[in-house]
Write a protein that binds this ligand. Sequence first.
Ligand code: NAD
Length: 497
Amino acid sequence: MTLVKKEVEGLLKRLGASACGNLAVHTPIDGSQIGSVSIASPADIESSIAASHDVFLEWRTVPAPRRGELVRLFGNALRDHKDSLARLVTIDCGKPLSEGLGEVQEMIDICDFAVGLSRQLHGLTIASERPGHRMMEQWHPLGPTLVISAFNFPVAVWAWNAALALVCGNSVIWKPSEKTPLTALAVQAIFEQAVRAFGDAPEHLSQVVQGGRDVGATLVADPRIALISATGSTAMGRTVGQVAAGRFARSILELGGNNAAIISDKADVALALRGVLFSAFGTTGQRCTSLRRLFVHDSLYDSFVPALKAAAASMPIGDPLDSAHLAGPLIDEAALTAMQAALEEAKALGGILSGGERLPGNGVYVRPAVVEMAAQVGPVLRETFAPILYVMRYTDLDAAIALQNAVGAGLSSSIFSTDVRECERFLSASGSDCGIANVNIGTSGAEIGGAFGGEKETGGGRESGSDAWKAYMRRATNTINYSNELPLAQGVTFDLG
Ligand code: NAD
């Protein structure tokens, strides 16, 4: 038995979960098997959906602040288990332990946010044009919420959705990535601790259904699922979005990104270099918000790009449980194949490559790749989920912004500049077309307080902070007549004589 497997068994035991079943789970740290989970059968899926539907009918009548109490207890249970869960996140998906801890902190933060929200799910009072009438809107629970998550944020994305869905009065079904199913088992065990502490929460409020895309597709197609929040590739979203639209289900799609940054000639260069390195190569380039395209002003290019290549080449890469390493492995061999194919294609188009080679040892560890491109062509136009940064020169800011926007995805973007006019142009209606536009920070590392999501082929969904909660509820507009008359709106008459 490997050391990692032993540790996983210990961690799961401490969290009150156990892993056995017919889907083998491997850690990207060294490729070894660390457990297995049970893939849901069609009968399992049916009973989960039926239970989710039944429990929703009960949960929607519980007052929202009381629902918030469950989420408060869950946040506290996460605090108690933060270190264990973070280690499991690192072992399951290979991100450095500090990022594993950050991911669990994000779960705790969204729980706090949702608890506050549980007393603020309010609508408007609207002035009626009719005498003796009052108009208002109310927000009501929507229904069973399906959360499909990707491997690279195996727990935080579920928490963004589940914390909000639960305070909004919905039940939750979670279909985690088949590449990182163990963390879902652990989170479910922690959630059940909160349920027990709550006392009278109905059973099956939040359930985990394990399996691959077939299991996900069965859940998406079921008319009892009112809201589908799906995080993953644009290819996945294209299928899920169409099925959801076909049955008029509501969907929140959080899909791929092809994020860019602009380094102006007025940038704070040292700060820009650090921002670029973390965004492009942190998490081994496996964030939806990872920086993939860099436009560097012509006057800086010949000093900035060599410094970037040198910093990338010296980045410590290895076992993500060792705090000396700033990046861990790719998730699997298929990710390496996709990375190598993109680099070959870029080279064939005249790209000058530095780095990108596989490092020796078990697990798929790679050196970050910097590719200088003369134009935005071929693989530069699409997301490759690996640490590749394509670098291009620019002279005119408007042209750089236009190039930044000239890709299918619209998730995250940033400008490094100390010139307020340039920054405001970038943030304006004719600037970045992305859901996230930053100034003097990189494209990755969002906080939970803002609404998270992107435009175009990123899917248009928003989750987490701001008013993203509205997607988890249905709005009812109510008009109340407290007069003895029946005036019609817009002065329409309908007199019986
Ligand atoms: P993926 O698309 O392969 O899988 C994501 C999830 O979707 C998995 O749970 C998978 O089983 C499920 N799935 C796939 N096809 C499905 C179908 N037809 N019906 C139902 N479910 C289906 O993505 P991945 O490799 O796990 O993650 C990487 C991708 O996710 C990248 O493109 C990344 O940009 C994106 N991502 C986006 C965000 C965001 O918030 N925008 C966040 C994280 C990851």
